[in-house]
Design a protein around this ligand. Structure first.
Ligand SMILES: [Zn+2]
Length: 143
């Protein structure tokens, strides 16, 4: 059963179905359902309706931001910093967090109540997630 479904049209032409199965699972387009791990962490403390509303925007943010994901790898690829499997692994983790961050930036700019929602309910889990995310995004560029 799907709790919420929306057909979205991205700026780059990709159309996709966002299916929110429940607070823990979502499905994007032809991809298999995936657990909402990031959502569970960064939305901790927010009320259920706000949580789901932001979750939908976040999933659409992933679609909208998809072309920018390659901009993360490009400088690493050109600098040959991806020389071994460990560097690839760290860069892929960085890519994952980068994609999460730009999807969330999309939520920030499309939810006029974003800051208020967090001012009243900011969880340490949310703060911790973003600290870890920034570390992993920057890490491949430091070696
Ligand atoms: Zn995400």
């Amino acid at each position: 059963m799907v709790m919420y479904q929306r057909r979205v049209h991205s700026w780059h032409g990709v159309e996709s179905d966002i299916k929110i199965i429940n607070q823990n699972w979502a499905k994007l387009g032809i991809l298999p359902p995936h657990p909402q791990l990031v959502n569970l962490i960064i939305r901790k403390g927010l009320e259920r309706d706000k949580n789901i509303q932001m979750q939908i925007l976040h999933e659409f943010g992933h679609v909208q931001a998809f072309p920018f994901v390659f901009l993360y790898y490009l400088p690493l690829y050109l600098s040959t910093k991806l020389g071994n499997i460990n560097n690839w692994f760290v860069a892929t983790l960085g890519l994952f967090f980068f994609w999460e961050m730009i999807a969330e930036i999309y939520v920030f700019f499309n939810d006029e109540d974003y800051i208020n929602a967090y001012i009243n309910n900011l969880s340490l889990y949310t703060v911790f997630f973003w600290v870890i995310a920034v570390i992993f995004i920057v890490l491949p560029f430091l070696w």
